[in-house]
Design a protein around this ligand. Structure first.
Ligand SMILES: *Cc1c(COP(=O)(O)O)cnc(C)c1O
Length: 386
């Protein structure tokens, strides 16, 4: 029924799985027949503490009882407090709020171009991104996305993006020599590209090069950010300090929010009128995000790293598993069987996992109970074995 209505009236942009999720609690979700699934997809790294989490729900409901929206014409407490928390915990200086990952990246891209224009001249507008990256679906973030398949049929895209081979410093240097660049933008773990972490050495060299040449580092932490990597932000696992950090997905715990964190170099780049968003900094989303952030503490991050190790230990070398990649609780598994078949059979057996390129991707809630995680991994191993 829902499937038919959706198929008839919702734009045909998604190849949905044959499943309607109607409710859930934590890492367990249920379909309309009451069938239970262990959810290792979390709405693509969004439901940081799972479904219908009580603490988060209370924070959201409390704010709903006060005011749901004020516009950015006025001050709003949740927005100010969230910006303070983000800055204090990262050492960044200012935050711009929006509603999605793509918008967080748009803000980062505009800030980088403005910085280039102010510091070196308007022609310094080129941004280097990495091949196989994913930065969003707007025309500009599509241009930033280093995968031709996303570009086809949507040209002309926004100009001024060039693409470097990941983990290849020579390529960065070559592109910088050939173009007037203002920034390099990257995911420390390429999510949609197949859950591939960048090399630590490459990131250190990149940071050094960017500093020497006054080129901004933009970390797209939309998917890996907010505790998922085992650190508050993914870049904190490496010896780098980005000038701009964009994030979204897990920050709101299930409500739409995007945030662009601006470091020392770009903290004053924006002045009134240069950027904005009607819904950005929405009090409900910010109240939810404040609750999420307050719970991503050292204990939780340690737990994330331990659960990550458990998954790697269980799956590396397991029957039917070719390789395991990722960081923290963002994990890609290359399977002998086609990923699509593995995902479909896991679903039949009550386990939700998703895809990233040719891999099976796992993005469990950061607080998934160990017994549920064990059960999930056992189902997965059973399915991979065949
Ligand atoms: C999901 C994602 C985006 C886009 O986020 P939306 O909220 O869908 O606009 C951008 N960058 C990365 C790394 C992502 O994983």
């Amino acid at each position: 029924m829902i499937k038919e209505i959706d198929g008839k009236y919702v734009a045909n942009t998604y190849a949905r799985f044959p499943l309607t999720i109607v409710n859930g609690k934590g890492s367990l979700v249920y379909d309309e027949n009451g069938k239970e699934y262990i959810d290792l997809g979390t709405g693509i790294a969004v439901n940081t503490f799972g479904v219908s989490d009580d603490e988060w729900k209370n924070a959201v409901i409390e704010q709903l009882g006060r005011v749901q929206h004020t516009s950015n014409l006025y001050y709003s407490e949740p927005c100010a407090l969230l910006a303070k928390e983000l800055c204090e915990r990262t050492g960044m200086c200012k935050v711009f709020f929006s509603n999605s990952g793509a918008e967080a990246n748009e803000c980062a891209i505009k800030a980088a171009r403005k910085y280039g224009a102010d510091k070196k001249g308007r022609e310094y507008s080129t941004i280097i991104t990495l091949k196989n990256s994913f930065h969003g679906r707007t025309i500009t973030t599509l241009a930033a996305t280093g995968q031709d398949t996303f570009h086809n049929d949507f040209t002309p895209l926004t100009e001024g993006f060039v693409y470097a081979e990941p983990n290849n410093m020579d390529d960065i240097k070559k592109l910088c020599a050939e173009n007037k660049c203002c920034a390099v933008m990257f995911e420390v773990v390429q999510g949609e590209g197949g859950v591939n972490p960048l090399d630590a050495e490459y990131l250190s060299e990149l940071a050094e090069f960017a500093k020497e040449n006054d080129i901004l580092l933009i970390a797209d932490e939309v998917q890996i950010g907010n505790g998922r990597s085992g650190m508050l932000y993914g870049y904190m696992n490496f010896e780098i300090k980005p000038d701009i950090v964009s994030t979204a997905k897990g920050l709101g715990g299930g409500l739409p929010i995007g945030a662009t964190l601006l470091g020392e170099k770009v903290k004053d780049t924006y002045t009134p009128g240069l950027h904005g968003s009607t819904f950005g900094g929405n009090p409900i989303s910010c109240a939810g995000a404040l609750n999420i952030l307050s719970r991503i503490d050292d204990n939780l991050l340690l737990e994330v790293r331990e659960k990550s190790k458990y998954i790697f230990d269980e799956l590396c070398g397991a029957d039917g598993v070719v390789s395991v990649s990722g960081l923290g609780l963002m994990i890609g598994v290359e399977t002998v069987r086609p990923a699509g078949d593995v995902i479909a059979e896991c679903m039949e057996k009550g386990l939700l996992v998703i895809k990233a390129k040719q891999k099976v991707r796992m993005l469990p809630a950061l607080n998934i109970p160990m017994d549920e995680l064990k059960k999930a991994i056992n189902i997965f191993k059973e399915v991979c074995k065949k």
